[in-house]
Design a protein around this ligand. Structure first.
Ligand code: HEC
Length: 103
């Protein structure tokens, strides 16, 4: 009885933490898509994401990627804070670039 309760509680906790993690990723993706994708879609004439997968990329390390994110966030009046810049950098890195993340 006690064991099954513990099991259930653990399962519930796990489900909730997984859920909030994916919600968080969605939020970051939304933030990026709202502020950044429009212009990228315009200049690439369709799939804006190809800006991140060109054979000659501007970002060749996680540091360069982060400073590009900061540059565009500043330039587009997005007014992102440091945490948002980091989150979008990590999101782009995990989705497109695959650099080793610094701690
Ligand atoms: C007004 C248009 C515009 C907006 C808004 C914009 N970008 Fe860009 N972005 C560009 C252009 C143009 C390039 C390609 C520059 C080049 O190749 O010389 C680019 C390239 C990039 C790159 C480099 C890709 C590579 O080659 O590795 C990153 C990273 C990037 N943008 C991030 C962002 C982020 C994050 C935002 C939102 C905060 C954003 N951009 C908003 C126009 C824009």
């Amino acid at each position: 009885m006690r064991l099954s309760f513990l099991l259930l509680a653990t399962l519930l906790l796990l489900t909730f933490s997984l859920q909030s993690e994916s919600e968080n990723t969605n939020e970051i993706k939304q933030l990026h898509d709202q502020q950044c994708s429009g212009c990228h879609i315009n200049i690439t004439d369709g799939d804006g994401a190809v800006i991140y997968t060109r054979s000659t990329r501007m970002a060749n390390s996680i540091e360069q990627l982060e400073s590009l994110v900061k540059h565009f966030a500043d330039g587009s009046d997005a007014q992102w804070n440091q945490a948002q810049i980091k989150q979008v950098t990590n999101y782009l890195n995990q989705t497109y670039y695959g650099f080793i993340e610094k701690k």
